[in-house]
Design a protein around this ligand. Structure first.
Ligand SMILES: [Zn+2]
Ligand SMILES: [Zn+2]
Ligand SMILES: [Zn+2]
Length: 280
């Protein structure tokens, strides 16, 4: 099973669109792995996770074959995970030789309402289907078993994280979420994961609770999973979904890619970057 990270930033990107902070200035100057676009991943080049405004850029930079993608999981409706504006481009006026070929999107009830309203406003054939998922109910999508679990994120919406299995390997996709609730942990105990991708939005900042995790929280996730048999020392753990704000440590130090990745590897994690591929 191959997971490719197409975009690895929080909603504002890193560097953030309009930001002058030290971590954004450094990212602009250094380029390369310091440049992070909005959140999106793809499994085995065919199962897309989330549809941010940078999807078009991901098609260009990482050669995503968008016309041939048939399935896309949506975690929640924040703009860095769902940008409906570009779905208009599936209409016949913009996408030719696509008639009758649907892409199916899957998400929560808020997502379905969003899509219903979007399609009603467009009132034209978009070659899109959308389906509501129920938390903790496994469905079969494009050759994968997909089980949505409840995230701890935006209280206004039933945000989803995903367990995805190809029958051989199992992946846990924890974006976006704070440290999981007890009911989530109880459910996760039914699985043994080969790859775990953790929300690390606030990175080295300290955070108590809330809808995102710091790297200290990621370490707690890994330790608990190994201790309780959900993961082993062979499980690949990735920290992903970063905000420029998270780079500022309480002592004022600014953490950038190479140094942060080296620090994370000592704790059993890899720091994601745009385009990174992990195969398990
Ligand atoms: Zn996000
Ligand atoms: Zn900034
Ligand atoms: Zn979010």
């Amino acid at each position: 099973m191959k997971l490719q990270y197409l975009g690895t930033a929080a909603a504002e990107g890193w560097p953030a669109l309009f930001c002058r902070c030290e971590s954004c200035r450094a990212a602009r100057k250094l380029g390369g792995r310091h440049l992070r676009t909005r959140s999106q991943s793809i499994i085995d080049d065919r199962l897309l996770i989330d549809f941010p405004p940078d999807t078009y850029m991901h098609m260009l930079t990482h050669f995503v074959n968008l016309p041939d993608i048939k399935h896309c999981l949506i975690t929640h409706c924040h703009s860095d995970h769902l940008y409906t504006g570009d779905l208009s481009m599936r209409s016949g006026a913009f996408a030719r030789e696509l008639e009758g070929e649907d892409i199916s999107f899957y998400g929560n009830d808020t997502f379905v309402k969003t899509m219903d309203d979007f399609a009603a406003a467009k009132a034209r054939q978009l070659n899109i289907k959308w389906h509501e998922l129920t938390e903790y109910v496994t469905v079969h999508i494009g050759g994968y078993s997909v089980t949505p679990i409840l995230a701890r994120h935006n209280p206004a919406e039933k945000c989803l994280n995903y367990i995805i299995s190809d029958g051989q390997k199992t992946l846990l996709y924890l974006h976006d979420t704070g440290f999981p609730k007890d009911e989530t942990w109880d459910f996760l105990k039914n699985f043994r994961f080969d790859l775990v991708s953790c929300d690390c939005t606030v990175l080295v900042k300290q955070m108590d609770g809330g809808g995102h995790m710091s790297f200290a929280d990621n370490i707690r996730v890994r330790e608990r999973m190994i201790r309780e048999g959900m993961a082993s020392e062979n499980t690949v753990f990735v920290a992903n979904h970063f905000s420029h704000n998270g780079a500022f440590a309480p002592d004022g130090k600014v953490w950038l890619y190479e140094e942060t990745d080296a620090m994370m590897r000592k704790k059993g994690f890899i720091m994601s970057y745009d385009g990174m591929t992990v195969t398990v």
